[in-house]
Design a protein. Sequence first.
Length: 82
Amino acid sequence: MIKKISGTLCCFPKNTLGKIRGFNDELKMPTKILEMGLLPKTSFKILYQAPFDGPLYIEYGEERSRLALRIEEARFIEVEMM
């Protein structure tokens, strides 16, 4: 049996394919997360994390879009390993 890792985006391992499950506090979550296309069931991969809890640089979606997210924003996004 394969164990799936889940948690928030800020704690997800680098260079591992994952999928967004949902959001843990939609009332406090910045709307720009949804506006950028980070929606449930979207696949992603963390390419780089800046030192000292700096931003995450991720690639996501079928178009393989890339963006940087602050750790504070990444804590709202619930993910699981694919």
